[in-house]
Design a protein around this ligand. Structure first.
Ligand code: NAD
Length: 511
C-alpha cells in the first residue's frame, strides 16, 4: 500500500507516506481526491501518513465490489474459506512485529503491554474462526419419510463493519474472520484517527482473498461511516464505538431494516470482597482497570467498589502499583502506558480530572505534566480517586482515560444495586476468595461479561457483548458468529409418491 514506513513520523506534509484504500482488490485514492493526515498520539503534531478521505462515492464502489465478490465467496465449500483464513493467520503472525509497531504509533497503545498482545489476539481470532468455519450448519427435522425438512445457515451478504480507534486490530478480529468464515463479504470503515494498522492488516489479507471480498475505506464517520450505514447494498452493519454514535446508527440501519449489531461503551464495576489483599488481587485490579491502554477500553473496570474492611489497604497498594507504571513513547519497550489518541479525548479526560480533583480525594495521579518529555505527547498519568459515591459524574460516565474511582461498601445487596445502577452493562469484575459468594454475585450483575478473580481481555471462543446501552449482539464466539453473520433458511421438500405418512394438517396451509 506504500513504499515508505510510517514508523518514523515526519514533521511536514511532504514527506509523510501516502497510504491508499483497498477497494475491489486495488489500492486506490478517494474518488474526490481528498486526504486526511494521521497524527501520532505519542509525538504531538507529527504526521505519520496521509490517507484518502473516502466519501459516499468510495463506499459505493466498495459495496459494489463486495456484492460482486459475494456469490463466489459464499458458494465455496467451507474448507476453502477455512484454508484462506488459516493462511491469513500465519501471514499476520509472520508480520506481527510490524503490525504491532504500526499499532503503537497509530493508536498510542504501548508496544509491549498492548500492541503486541492485540496482534496476537488477531492471529488467534483468524485461527479460531477459520477452525470453526464448518460449524456454520443447520438442522434436520425428523419429519417422516415423506418430507425432508432442514435448515441452512446462509451468510447475510455484504457486511459494513465500522471500527473505533482504541484497539483497531483486535476489534477487526472480532468481525472480519467471523464474517468471512460464514461466507459474507466486507466493507470495513477504519476509525479516522487510527486507520494505519487496519490498512496493513488488509494488505496481508489481500494476498489470499479474491478481489472485493475484503474492502477497506478510510474517512470520517460523518461521510464514509454514514454512507456505509445508509447504503442499500449493505445487508448488515456491525458497529463498535460509542453509545451515542451507535444509537444513531441503530436508528438509521433500522429505518431500512438492515441487520445491525452494536458493541458500545461501558462503565464497568469491579467489586472487591473482604479477605486477604494479595499481590494477585492488586495485579488483577491493575489489569482490569486497563490503565495500560490509557483506560481507553470499553471493558475498563473503572468503578472500583471496595469493601470497607479492605478499602484502605487495597487503595494504598493499588496506588503503589499504578504509580510504578511508566508512561511515555508507545514504541519504547520500557513503557507500560502509551498516549491518548487525540487532543479532544485528552481534553475530555482533563475535564473529568478537574471535576475529580475538586470533589474527591486523589490517591494517585491528577493533571498531566506540563513540562518534560510527557508534555511532548498526549500523555495522561494513572489517577485513582476515592471519597466519592455512586452519584458522582466520574462514577457514572465513561471517561475513557486512565482514571479509577473507588467507592466503599459494606452490604452485598447494596454493592450489587450500585453496580447495576448504570445505563451501561458491558463488563464486570468480582474479586472474592469465597467462590460461592463470587459466583452468586456474578449472576446478579447486569453485564454481558463478568470475570471472577481475573481481569484480562477477551479470549477466543467466549461470548462478548453488552447488556442495556452497551450493545446488541454478541461477538468473539461461534454462537455469536452464527447469530450475527448468518440467517436461517428453512427448506421443506415433499419426497413424492413413495410417501408412507402424510404431514400434519396444520402444515398444509401457510401462516
Ligand atoms: P465513535 O463512536 O466516535 O466512532 C466509532 C466509529 O464510528 C469510527 O469509525 C467513526 O468514524 C464512526 N462514526 C462516527 N460517526 C458516525 C456516523 N454518524 N455514522 C457512521 N459511522 C460513524 O467511537 P470512538 O471514539 O472511535 O471509540 C470510543 C468508543 O467506542 C467508546 O465509547 C468505547 O467504549 C467504545 N468501544 C466499545 C467497544 C465494545 O466492544 N463494546 C470496543 C471499543 C470501543
Amino acid at each position: 500500500m506504500t513504499e515508505q514506513s510510517v514508523l518514523s513520523p515526519s514533521t511536514g506534509k511532504t514527506s509523510a507516506p501516502t497510504q491508499l484504500m483497498l477497494i475491489g482488490g486495488k489500492w486506490v485514492e478517494a474518488v474526490e481526491g481528498d486526504w486526511r493526515e494521521i497524527v501520532s498520539p505519542g509525538h504531538r503534531g507529527k504526521v505519520l501518513a496521509r490517507v484518502p478521505r473516502g466519501t459516499g462515492a468510495d463506499v459505493d464502489l466498495a459495496v459494489s465490489a463486495a456484492r460482486a465478490a459475494f456469490p463466489a465467496w459464499r458458494d465455496q465449500h467451507f474448507t476453502a474459506r477455512q484454508r484462506v483464513l488459516l493462511k491469513i493467520a500465519d501471514a499476520i503472525e509472520a508480520r506481527a512485529e510490524e503490525l504491532a509497531q504500526v499499532t503503537a504509533v497509530d493508536t498510542g497503545n504501548a508496544l509491549r503491554t498492548q500492541a503486541r498482545p492485540e496482534v496476537a489476539t488477531l492471529v488467534d481470532l483468524f485461527r479460531y474462526f477459520g477452525g470453526v468455519a464448518g460449524e456454520v450448519k443447520g438442522t434436520t427435522l425428523p419429519a417422516g419419510a415423506a418430507q425432508l425438512q432442514y435448515t441452512r445457515q446462509e451468510p447475510l451478504g455484504v457486511v459494513g463493519a465500522i471500527l473505533p480507534w482504541n484497539s483497531p486490530l483486535m476489534i477487526a478480529g472480532f468481525k472480519v474472520p467471523a464474517a468471512l468464515a460464514a461466507g459474507n463479504t466486507i466493507v470495513l470503515k477504519a476509525a479516522e484517527d487510527a486507520p494505519l494498522s487496519i490498512l496493513l492488516m488488509a494488505e496481508v489479507c489481500e494476498e489470499f482473498l479474491p478481489p472485493g471480498v475484503l474492502n477497506v475505506v478510510t474517512g470520517t464517520g460523518r461521510e464514509a461511516g454514514a454512507a456505509l450505514v445508509d447504503h442499500p447494498g449493505v445487508d448488515k452493519v456491525s458497529f463498535t464505538g460509542s453509545t451515542e454514535v451507535g444509537r444513531g446508527i441503530a436508528g438509521r440501519a433500522g429505518e431500512r431494516l438492515a441487520h445491525v449489531s452494536l458493541e458500545l461503551g461501558g462503565k464497568n464495576p469491579s467489586i472487591v470482597f473482604p479477605g486477604a489483599v494479595t499481590d494477585e488481587l492488586i495485579d488483577g485490579l491493575v489489569l482490569s482497570s486497563r490503565v495500560t491502554r490509557q483506560g481507553q477500553s470499553c471493558t475498563a473496570g473503572s468503578r472500583l467498589y471496595l469493601h470497607r474492611d479492605v478499602h484502605d489497604e487495597v487503595l494504598a497498594r493499588l496506588a503503589d502499583r499504578l504509580g510504578a507504571l511508566k508512561v511515555g513513547d508507545p514504541l519504547d519497550e520500557s513503557n507500560d502506558i502509551g498516549a491518548i489518541i487525540n487532543q479532544s479525548q485528552y481534553d475530555s479526560i482533563r475535564d473529568y480530572l478537574e471535576d475529580g480533583l475538586a470533589n474527591m480525594r486523589v490517591e494517585l495521579g491528577g493533571l498531566p505534566p506540563t513540562t518534560g518529555p510527557l508534555a511532548e505527547g498526549l500523555f495522561h498519568v494513572p489517577t485513582l480517586f476515592s471519597g466519592g459515591d455512586n452519584s458522582f459524574r466520574l462514577a457514572r460516565e465513561e471517561i475513557f482515560g486512565p482514571v479509577v474511582v473507588a467507592i466503599p461498601w459494606t452490604d452485598v445487596d447494596d454493592v450489587v444495586r450500585m453496580a447495576n445502577d448504570s445505563a451501561y452493562g458491558l463488563a464486570a469484575y468480582v474479586w472474592s476468595q469465597d467462590i460461592d459468594q463470587a459466583i452468586s454475585t456474578a449472576h446478579r450483575l447486569e453485564a454481558g461479561w463478568v470475570q471472577v478473580n481475573q481481569g484480562g481481555g477477551q479470549v477466543v471462543g467466549q461470548s462478548y457483548g453488552g447488556y442495556k446501552q452497551s450493545g446488541i449482539g454478541r461477538e468473539v464466539s461461534l454462537e455469536g458468529m452464527i447469530a450475527g453473520f448468518t440467517q436461517t433458511k428453512q427448506i421443506n421438500v415433499c419426497l413424492g409418491q413413495r410417501a408412507t405418512t402424510t404431514p400434519p394438517a396444520t402444515t398444509k396451509t401457510g401462516a
